[in-house]
Design a protein around this ligand. Structure first.
Ligand code: GLC
Length: 572
């Protein structure tokens, strides 16, 4: 297949204020996307140089993980200055160019805002450390007296998502411990802000306007469900007393903790929504919301709150027909109740890449990555047919696997270091992506010493290698996005379930122009014949294991191999 794009659709941003209701958004992890200056770390000019690739891929928007000034203790989610760019990643001029050049190619730009915590290098925290206890500078963060006679114990039992206690003792400028402690739900260098303080509210409203005024189209909100803590900061009755099972954000049974998904957090988003609505077109938000069920999720999408939020519940359903269908139903019902479109996602910079996650594991514990890729492609194609918007994570369109054998001394994830090397799941999906060539740095930059080392077996996974190869994962994504954009049935709208045989899940999306799309995923391993009434007009499939076969006594019907998805055009 030759690379093509629809020039009309790509030359200007979709002017509709509702673009986010059906958008395909591509997540860029900027340090790992493209390196323009040969320091082994991706940067904004590198991203600008690759915008044509993204426009050709057919995405409607890009979301870029943080590029603010930061000590990079947590990949930039530790912000030292919300109004400046980290010099290793670029300059304000580069960001202005990024916005202009993206818009010129028809793509919106979404930044990442980190309101739960700042970096400990942020001037506010530095001011706290330099000032007397009880001074106003202390009120911007969650600070409490310690427990015990000498106040030498943390104020409560909350743990850090990155392991260990969620509290650290504040020390005087001379290094003496005080009886006061600050909360950090993440790394010690990420103190939690106190959202009871109006000054924090005012500061973030101002930061939003600062970027909206520069033409940014929206924000993904980091840890959107965590800003408000339960009054009194009560101890939490952890379901897993042992240290190993304390991943406080990604575990379902911890979603009820007194520091997640508190009702008060919604007041903040009402306030933010009114800021976004001051703009023409209105700016948009997408929340990072780890919540226990679709009902709690949909609360964030009430009409005066966030536009969308990540639906991690669907992602967690995994490769399981019943769980997928149930989650889709619950998501649609709960979102419909608040008038919001659902959002779907399968991978991001915090999670094991879905090719590896979905790979079956054999008795020896080895993952079958070929089947993992087959499943990942099928899951992506099927998910792209669901109503609403979809987030893609850089490199998934190439079929990249998780890098599971990074050397210990290369690892950067604070969770790895704080867990004593037992929890290291987040570096393996952040390895710089391969563009071209047969060896590192695969066209990522000019230096093969990339900030996380690339594997030596990625030559077949480069953009150059996959472009134009009809069997490649990249061409499947490009075809699906082209069809999705051109079809009135896909994106926002309704869904009808179809009765399907075996491990098949199938649905029909009604088109406004008389052409529906039937989307089918076969989660089993055996070949399945689909009902003849679904037709044989194949639009795209996730593997070539599909064929229209005639029957003895009726019209032809599609036969679909195991772990395969396809879309059919159907006349309504
Ligand atoms: C979010 C980010 C993650 C970061 C954490 C703390 O979960 O996605 O990368 O480490 O928040 O900011």
């Amino acid at each position: 297949m030759t690379p093509t794009s629809d020039p009309a659709a790509q030359t200007a941003v979709d002017p509709s204020a509702d673009w986010w209701r059906h958008a395909v958004v591509y997540q860029v992890y900027p340090r790992s996307f493209a390196d323009s200056d040969g320091d082994g770390m991706g940067d904004i000019p590198g991203l600008v140089s690759r915008l044509d690739y993204l426009a050709d891929l057919g995405v409607d928007a890009i979301w870029i993980s943080p590029f603010y000034s930061s000590p990079l203790n947590d990949g930039g989610y530790d912000v030292a200055d919300y109004r400046s760019i980290d010099s290793r990643l670029g300059s304000m001029d580069d960001v202005d160019r990024l916005v202009a050049e993206s818009h010129a190619r028809g793509m919106r730009v979404i930044m990442d805002i980190v309101p739960n915590h700042t970096s400990s290098e942020h001037p506010w925290f530095q001011e706290l450390l330099a000032s007397e206890p009880g001074s106003p500078a202390w009120d911007r963060y969650v600070v409490r007296e310690g427990r015990g006679a000498d106040r030498g114990q943390p104020p409560n039992n909350w743990r850090s998502v990155f392991h260990g206690s969620g509290w650290s003792q504040i020390r005087t400028p001379a290094g003496e411990p005080t009886g006061s402690w600050y909360l950090h739900l993440f790394d010690t260098t990420q103190p939690d802000l106190d959202w009871d303080n109006p000054e924090v509210h005012a500061e973030f409203r101002d930061i939003l306007r600062f970027w909206f005024d520069r033409g940014i189209d929206g924000f993904r909100i980091d840890v959107a469900h965590g800003l408000v803590k339960e009054a009194g900061l009560p101890d939490f009755d952890y379901p897993h007393p042992d240290e190993e099972k304390q991943q406080a954000m990604f575990e379902d049974d911890i979603a009820h903790a007194p520091f997640w998904d508190q009702d008060g957090v919604h007041d903040i988003y009402r306030e933010w929504r009114s800021v976004a609505d001051e703009y023409d077109p209105p700016r948009v938000f997408c929340g990072e919301t780890w919540v226990p069920n679709p009902e709690r999720l949909a609360r964030y999408q009430r009409p005066d709150e966030l536009h969308t939020s990540f639906n991690f519940i669907y992602l967690e359903a995994g490769w399981n027909a019943a769980a997928m269908r149930r989650t889709i139903d619950e998501t649609l019902a709960n979102h419909a109740a608040v008038g919001a479109p659902p959002t779907w996602v399968l991978s991001n910079h915090d999670l094991v890449r879905h090719r590896t996650r979905m790979a079956p594991v054999d008795v020896s514990g080895a993952r079958d990555l070929d089947r993992g890729l087959r499943r990942a492609r099928a899951a992506t194609l099927f998910t792209l047919s669901l109503p609403g918007s979809m987030y893609l994570y850089q490199g998934e369109e190439l079929g990249l696997p998780e890098v599971v054998d990074l050397p210990d001394d290369a690892r950067q994830d604070p969770a790895w270091h704080r867990s004593g090397g037992t929890d290291g799941t987040r570096d393996g999906c952040r390895v710089p992506i391969p563009w071209s060539g047969d060896a590192p740095p695969y066209g990522f930059g000019s230096d093969s010493a990339t900030w996380l080392p690339q594997p030596h077996d990625w030559a077949d996974l480069t953009v150059t290698r996959e472009l134009g190869d009809p069997a490649s994962t990249l061409e499947m994504y490009r075809a699906a996005l082209r069809i999705r954009r051109a079809s009135s049935a896909l994106g926002e709208g309704s869904l009808l379930w179809l009765d399907a045989p075996g491990d098949v899940v199938a649905l029909r999306r009604p088109g406004r122009d008389g052409t529906d799309v039937v989307s089918v995923i076969n989660l089993g391993t055996g070949t399945v014949r689909l009902p003849a009434e679904w037709g044989t007009d194949l639009l795209v499939s996730s593997s070539d294991d599909v064929a229209a076969l005639s029957t003895d006594d009726g019209p032809p019907s599609m036969v679909v191999g195991g772990e395969t998805a396809l879309w059919l055009a159907a006349t309504s």
